[in-house]
Ligand binder design. Sequence first.
Ligand code: GLA
Length: 394
Amino acid sequence: MESVTKKHLQVKAPGRINLLGEHLDYNHGIVLPAAIDKYITFDFYRSEDPAICIEALDVNERWEFQLSTLKDLKTSTWKNYVKGVFLLMGIDQLAPALKIGLHIKFSSTIPIGAGLSSSAALCCGLAFGLNEFFGLGKSKMDLALIAQQTEHQFAGVKCGLMDQVASLFGKEQQLLAFNCVTQELQHFSFPLKGAKLFLLDSRVKHNLAESAYNKRRAQLEAAFEQAQQLFPTLSNWSALSTEMRAQLLPILDTETAARLSYVLDEMQRVNEVQKLCHHLDLDIHNDDNDHIEQALKNIGSLLSQTHTGLKDLYEVSCAELDFLQSNLIKLPGIFGARMMGGGFGGCLLVLATENFDTTQDLAELTAQYFQKFDIHTLCYSIQLADGVHLTTHD
Ligand code: GLA
């Protein structure tokens, strides 16, 4: 266990975006996320005192605990995630035997509540660091599953696996195609010539987000059982043919039918956008500017269609996001935009021309937004970045 002799490790864990495939990770689809250059940075220090001290520098909070009592401690906010990761990694069994303690400090540049998966970054970064520190030899996929279970068991959110996979497996300038049925994972380049992605943060997060999320998941799971009664060999939603869809939708209640229609439409958009990205790559290679522009328009239009589906069929948007999105896509230089992540607030993902000026060109819209909702938006420029990694150790 050579790595236990390490005195200090630094780990960076990124947030994520998702190009398309929203709410498909727990609905048997393919999702297209990427890690971004916004991080939680953790410093792990070995200590002789066999206790754990963890400091959340941004909120100026410090938590000290004994591993032997961790299981029974009542926690809230970020401490839920820490507790979950420590217990699910089995650190409470391991560390006391080794007679070593840990002092961890972390701070973040991922905006909280903006739908950029800061909680996944927290769990993945912590799990990755503990794995390195104690030389546990777990694979990145093991860590992703532990981070997901932490959300399920310690935060009560029955999330899919997209955020954790993006945070752990991201690669600079690349998107991931993650097949949530087979867990197959492919990186592909997302070259943007003459265009850029940015995030427009509505700065709202409505309270019902978690319960509404779990409700949608349960609704679709129940619908899948109904589908299997009709089609006993159906193994997942992506295997549902057009004919089967036509048979199934009328027997579902209207709300569930709308939710399922969104899922099936989104699966098609994911297929289309994957082809478009592939062509875009070739067009850039061949310097074919007309085709590049057309591909960008098509990708933008898919983003906007996804927003409409999330708003009208899956019903996870909100007035603030809809106001921003519907006005944004009328502006010159915008190819398309959509709400991103679980919903009920957070950011819009926007595809725009490279020279779109996010201060000047958005000034009027953000002023109108302020007038209507009394909230100032924020804009983040983003680069697709590497997943969780070690930056230093000694
Ligand atoms: C949240 C969840 C993810 C995923 C998205 C919606 O971010 O954590 O698992 O379901 O919402 O695509």
